[in-house]
Design a protein around this ligand. Structure first.
Ligand code: NI
Length: 267
């Protein structure tokens, strides 16, 4: 078998995996599967990503076509990983067929390339959260660019996927950060709900704050580096699903290209 044939066969296997695990959350009442176009693309397939690198495109699942103008969508986002505890969160999300968005710190992506691939293979979106979790507003333009591009490289080396979205650490941004991210072609994704889970390491508190503040079209900030947050996720998913929410990635939430450099906190 030629190398090319082997790659084609791997590609076919990847599509089969996508079909098997591409189900949308079954927790959302009233959301008929027929409304969703579950396009199976190059979903997962870390081996393929390693072989092909960025030349043949990302290992990421394409966004599902969910009309969040009509559907009660919410985008859960998890920052600062990946860390070893991320694996537990991935299991929780997989069990409920929920997709989320992970904003990765580049040095953690470099340390845990297997978890970067797992996130993408599960259909989650992966974004850039700088390399060292720096406050980008305190850096020069060159410094900002370095924090972002080093992270792009770490994620690409781990998975073959290059992120489209940036979340500036602390949500801290200014005109200089906007100019650099515009040049790099990346929109800035902030949030509409912040349960302060990094400060209050109490699962019940995190659950209560997220559930209370949730609104359709919102982006929710959480941190998978805190076990108390990971342990809050099952209840958050159950309670929000009972209210009719559908869990989507950030790209799915907007369903349209976002403007590089611009800041988004909700749909
Ligand atoms: Ni952060």
């Amino acid at each position: 078998m030629s190398v090319r044939q082997a790659l084609v066969r791997r590609g076919a296997a990847a599509v089969a995996v996508a079909a098997a695990c591409g189900a949308v959350s079954t927790m959302a009442p009233g959301l008929a599967a027929g409304k969703l176009d579950l396009a199976a693309g190059r979903h997962g397939a870390p081996q393929q990503a390693q072989l092909l690198g960025a030349q043949r495109g990302p290992a990421a699942a394409p966004p599902r076509k969910i009309n969040c103008a009509k559907v009660k969508c919410i985008a859960l986002t998890f920052d600062d990983g990946p860390v070893s505890g991320t694996d537990k969160l991935l299991k929780i999300l997989a069990k409920r067929h929920v997709r989320a968005t992970f904003f990765l710190v580049g040095q953690n992506a470099k340390a845990h390339p297997d978890l970067v691939r797992k996130e993408l293979a599960a259909g989650h979106e992966v974004g850039n959260h700088s390399y060292t979790h720096a406050d980008l507003t305190r850096l020069s333009s060159a410094g900002i660019k370095s924090e972002i591009t080093k992270t792009q490289t770490a994620i690409r080396k781990a998975s073959g996927f290059t992120p489209h979205l940036l979340r500036p650490p602390y949500g801290s941004t200014n005109s200089r950060v906007a100019a650099v991210t515009k040049r790099l072609g990346m929109p800035q994704i902030i949030w509409a709900v912040d349960p302060l889970d990094w400060r209050d390491r109490n699962s019940a508190t995190v659950e209560r704050r997220v559930i209370k503040a949730a609104r359709p079209g919102y982006i929710v900030l959480m941190h998978d580096i805190h076990p108390t947050t990971v342990n809050a996720v099952p209840t958050i998913l159950s309670r929000l699903a009972a209210k009719g929410y559908v869990f989507v990635t950030v790209s799915e939430l907007f369903g349209r290209p976002l403007k590089p450099g611009k800041t988004y906190a909700h749909r």
